[in-house]
Design a protein. Structure first.
Length: 81
């Protein structure tokens, strides 16, 4: 069996994703509090702002790993099953 081609990428702008999510959360505050309560809203808000800060200060990071098997290795493994 052939090994897959792989790509490992640091997604350095994850703080922007967290920031976008928390801004949407804050925009929907009233609905969230009505449906699920103030405590959940506050937990999510704290989690997202904390995550954004951790990504921005490089205390936390996320990596994307992409594996792609060559076409011939997939077909040969299918034949053996």
């Amino acid at each position: 069996m052939k090994y897959p081609n792989q790509c490992i990428k640091s997604d350095g702008k994850n703080y922007l994703t967290c920031k976008s999510w928390v801004e949407k959360l804050e925009g929907a505050r009233d609905e969230i509090v009505t449906r699920w309560g103030e405590m959940l809203y506050r937990r999510l808000r704290l989690y997202l702002w904390g995550s954004a800060q951790a990504f921005l200060s490089h205390e936390m990071d996320a990596y994307r790993v992409v594996l792609e098997f060559p076409n011939d290795s997939v077909s040969s493994s299918d034949e053996s099953s």
